[in-house]
Design a protein around this ligand. Structure first.
Ligand SMILES: *Cc1c(COP(=O)(O)O)cnc(C)c1O
Length: 366
């Protein structure tokens, strides 16, 4: 058994991606060429039941433009989880609107629909759940809250390419959904993001905002940004899109092995209505989480991650939006979560080593 370091994540980039980049570079058309449109069409077909997709230069740009296109701005409130990457709330704040943090449920680490309902005010415009770690948020309960109060629903699907809820792919529920294509996500374009849109009016607005507000050159209709994806990145993304289903299957097989063999930690649950794509395989360690992270690395050469150690509502950058806020389940998750390697390049030996390491540390601590 090898003792090489097992990294917590590993982007898989191969000869096909290199050939695709070479093809674009040789074509001379590295921006504004045919690759971006092809990637958008293929992503729409494979991942969001044909909803129109707009490619952008990062997931964060995708959230920002989706929110702007949906009309979110100063005076508005958008309910988001605090237990997520800061990009979720950052994008709301960047529009001039106020992110309102709601608590999560500890079973899947996603927004708690009851807590969301309790935070609706006359200024609330939308709810933006995160399908955290690749498990869908409770879209039927959140949809019911949205409908009752006349709110829009957006999806931060940055971590959930290919996940399903009630037999439907995530990304098809909200007014818009964003997928990140950062290297550690389930598929990558280098940097990049994809915005899946509910209708043509919204997708046109995202396209305008992506490109300085222009559809026709130099006839700028609205104030926009330059958040375009290059053809080089799109070419990488197209190859990765083809690999995604196989990689997600491997992630699920790896997760099933860990589910079966891990002891002394709380393994991730999957809702009966959901398929999980295990962007992260996140367990709860009620006692001694930080010690487990240290010993995994020092004694067993196994990498792991804590996503996320500080909830958004306590970050220096965002705390001003949430004075005195207490989110008990969010705080508990931040203390207890530990993400173990689950990526598709793990070998059978790697998986055995992860199990041996966790069980030894959890057993010793008991
Ligand atoms: C990665 C991520 C983002 C941002 O995506 P980038 O492509 O890194 O800009 C937003 N939300 C969540 C939950 C993420 O994991």
């Amino acid at each position: 058994m090898s003792d090489d370091f097992i990294p917590p994540a590993k982007p898989l980039i191969g000869d096909d991606e290199r050939a695709a980049v070479d093809r674009v570079l040789r074509s001379g058309q590295v921006a504004g060429g045919p690759e971006v449109a092809a990637f958008e069409a293929e992503f729409a077909k494979e991942l969001v039941d044909g909803r129109e997709c707009v490619a952008v230069n990062s997931g964060t740009s995708g959230l920002h433009l989706g929110l702007l296109a949906a009309g979110i701005g100063p005076g508005d409130e958008v309910i988001v989880p605090s237990f997520t990457f800061a990009a979720t709330a950052n994008s709301v704040a960047l529009t001039g609107a106020t992110p309102v943090f709601a608590d999560i449920e500890l079973t899947h680490f996603c927004l708690d629909p009851d807590d969301v309902a309790a935070r609706v005010t006359s200024r609330t415009k939308a709810i933006m759940p995160v399908h955290l770690f690749g498990h869908p948020a409770d879209m039927s309960a959140l949809g019911a809250v949205a409908e009752k109060h006349g709110l829009m629903l957006f999806e931060d699907a940055a971590q959930a390419h290919g996940a399903t809820y009630d037999g439907r792919q995530v990304g098809g529920f909200g007014r818009f959904a964003m997928f990140s294509l950062y290297p550690t996500k389930n598929m990558t374009s280098g940097e990049g993001g994809m915005v899946a849109c509910e209708d043509a009016q919204l997708s046109r607005q995202v396209r305008l905002l992506r490109n300085q507000g222009m559809e026709r050159q130099y006839a700028n209709e609205v104030i926009g940004l330059n958040n375009r994806m290059t053809d080089i990145h799109a070419a990488i993304g197209r190859v990765q899109l083809g690999r995604l289903p196989g990689w997600n299957d491997t992630r699920r097989r790896n997760a099933a092995f860990l589910d079966e063999h891990l002891e002394g930690v709380i393994v991730p649950a999957v809702a009966a209505t959901a398929t999980h794509v295990y962007h992260q395989y996140t367990v709860r360690v009620p006692e001694g989480r930080d010690e487990m992270v240290r010993r995994l690395r020092e004694d067993f050469n196994v990498g792991s991650g804590v996503y996320y150690p500080i909830p958004n509502h306590r970050l220096e950058s965002l705390a001003a939006f949430a004075p005195g806020l207490d989110l008990p389940a969010t705080e508990q998750a931040a203390r207890e979560v530990l993400s173990l390697p689950v990526h598709p390049s793990l070998s059978a030996d790697d998986l055995e080593r992860i199990v041996t390491a966790v069980n030894a540390i959890a057993g010793a601590g008991a």
